[in-house]
Design a protein around this ligand. Structure first.
Ligand SMILES: CC(=O)N[C@H]1[C@@H](OP(=O)(O)OP(=O)(O)OC[C@H]2O[C@@H](n3ccc(=O)[nH]c3=O)[C@H](O)[C@@H]2O)O[C@H](CO)[C@@H](O)[C@@H]1O
Ligand SMILES: C=C(OP(=O)(O)O)C(=O)O
Length: 434
């Protein structure tokens, strides 16, 4: 099984270009099937989650073509629908975003049958708010044997929906189902993440009528039909944030290009607060760091708060600070799985309820590690790059779900990292890099 082998201690320097946003792409690729015409989508990140979703879209009959690695053509005119068509295979069950096909297919055909979503094991992750939204639009939703969600309606009718929790997935899913419903839908207490605005902009470019995305009230006026479009996805806020913390933790100097600095404000301000330096340009940020960081407090919150998807990467950086930091995880119950791995590298972190109390240490030492999930895995890579000596990281399949050419980009910044298959390759790497 593939793993990373890393020799830490190099200062990361240079430039890195950020891919399209995974979490926007997943919503947009699903939404593209809502028209029978061709949609051409640019800046699609070439990561395992988007490849899995595209494969699923293809298995229900859509025509999917990679024009190049980052440009995809989707034509939903040949999709099969009905009780014998279920979006369900061993891969689609593993990704979170399979749930977007529920909203998209229900909106278009008044019928959808999709396996219950998977995704990172970071908490319970119920879908009650998605179901509540579909039901408010007039659908009957059932979870049938084998973990399939079946949603059907004679006709979706717009309604007023108040979300009990701020949820990205339910906001996007209800928005998709509502664009072809009859009449007006209002989603209150909606999530405001940049990818919600991107999915709304994409749907509007297909002829939908969505207003207010990016605020907590989204108003949708149903339209008869959506048309084909050409659209380019926004840059990935979390990939950018990951490279920002990587530059900081390795005391580097990195220009992170193709970003929207506004989307990174929560991350930039925390890095500035602990003593790293973030300089913003129009579509890039530079992160520089030297010396020990100051400790701080962080609480994860829905956008524009500090993103939960950056919590592990920031923890790895704070564990190298002077003093005691506290990170409170308020979105998911089980997002501290990297702590035991990081302890093996010398970090001093204690988990108390939904907080991690981090006592800063001088540095990390390399260790053999296992990636517990996508962002925790990325955080361990950052720790290994900042550590003294060699580390290996197993289960990189999680990391590959959301980072395109992660090792290649790190090598481009002077990091010593390689993907290897077995222990012999680890030894070869050690001999080569010394
Ligand atoms: C594919 C994708 O875009 N994944 C992102 C999405 O996940 P996801 O869409 O699963 O996350 P949500 O924003 O929905 O979850 C936020 C909170 O709401 C709860 N909840 C959610 C739905 C629901 O029906 N009922 C309910 O109680 C969740 O358990 C969680 O505590 O947003 C998360 C929060 O920014 C990110 O960490 C994920 O990377
Ligand atoms: C948790 C994440 O992804 P997913 O919701 O797809 O599991 C993530 O991107 O950090």
């Amino acid at each position: 099984m593939e793993k990373y082998v890393i020799k830490g201690g190099n200062v990361l320097e240079g430039e890195v270009s950020i891919a399209g946003a995974k979490n926007a792409a997943l919503g947009i690729l699903a939404a593209a099937v809502m028209t029978d015409e061709e949609c051409i989508i640019e800046n699609v990140p070439y990561v395992e989650d988007t490849k899995t979703l595209l494969r699923a879209i293809e298995t229900i009959g859509a025509k999917v073509k990679y024009i190049d690695n980052h440009t995809v053509s989707i034509c939903g005119g040949t999709i099969r629908t009905g009780e014998d068509v279920c979006v369900d295979d061993e891969y689609i069950r593993k990704i979170r975003a399979s749930y977007y096909l529920l909203g998209a297919l229900l909106g278009k055909y008044n019928y959808a049958q999709v396996a219950l979503p998977g995704g990172c094991d970071i908490g319970l992750r119920p879908i009650d708010q998605h179901i509540k939204g579909f039901e408010a639009l007039g659908a009957k939703v059932e979870i049938v044997n084998g973990g399939k969600v079946v949603a059907k309606a004679d006709q979706l009718i717009g309604n007023h929906i108040y979300l009990d929790v701020v949820t990205v997935g339910a906001t996007i899913n209800i928005m998709m189902a509502a664009v072809l419903a009859e009449g007006k839908t209002t989603i209150e207490n909606a999530a405001k993440e940049p990818h919600i605005v991107d999915v709304a902009n994409f749907l509007n470019s297909m002829g939908a009528n969505i207003k207010g995305a990016g605020t907590d009230v989204i108003r949708i006026r149903g339209v008869q039909k959506l048309r084909g479009t050409e659209y380019s996805i926004i840059p990935d806020q979390i990939e950018a944030g990951t490279f920002m913390t990587m530059a900081a933790a390795t005391k580097g100097n990195v220009l992170i290009k193709n970003v929207i600095p506004k989307h990174l404000e929560a991350i930039s301000s925390k890095l500035n607060e602990i003593g790293a330096r973030v300089i913003e340009y129009d579509d890039a940020v530079r992160v520089m760091a030297d010396g020990r960081f100051k400790a701080t407090q962080i609480k994860t919150l829905p956008y524009p708060g500090f993103p939960t998807d950056m919590q592990p990467q920031m923890a790895v950086t704070l564990a190298l600070s002077q003093g005691t930091s506290v990170i409170t995880e308020s979105i998911f119950e089980n997002r501290f799985k990297y702590v035991s791995e990081l302890s093996r590298m010398g970090a001093r972190i204690k988990v108390e309820g939904n907080s991690a109390v981090i006592t800063g240490v001088d540095g990390y030492t390399g260790a053999n590690l296992v990636a517990p999930d996508l962002r925790a895995g990325a955080a361990l890579v950052i720790a290994a790059l900042a550590a003294e000596g060699f580390s290996t990281i197993d289960d990189i399949k999680y990391i590959l779900r959301g980072y395109e050419d992660f090792d290649g980009k790190i090598r481009g910044l002077g990091g010593q990292i390689e993907v290897v298959d077995d222990e012999r390759d680890v030894q070869k790497f050690k001999l080569r890099v010394g």
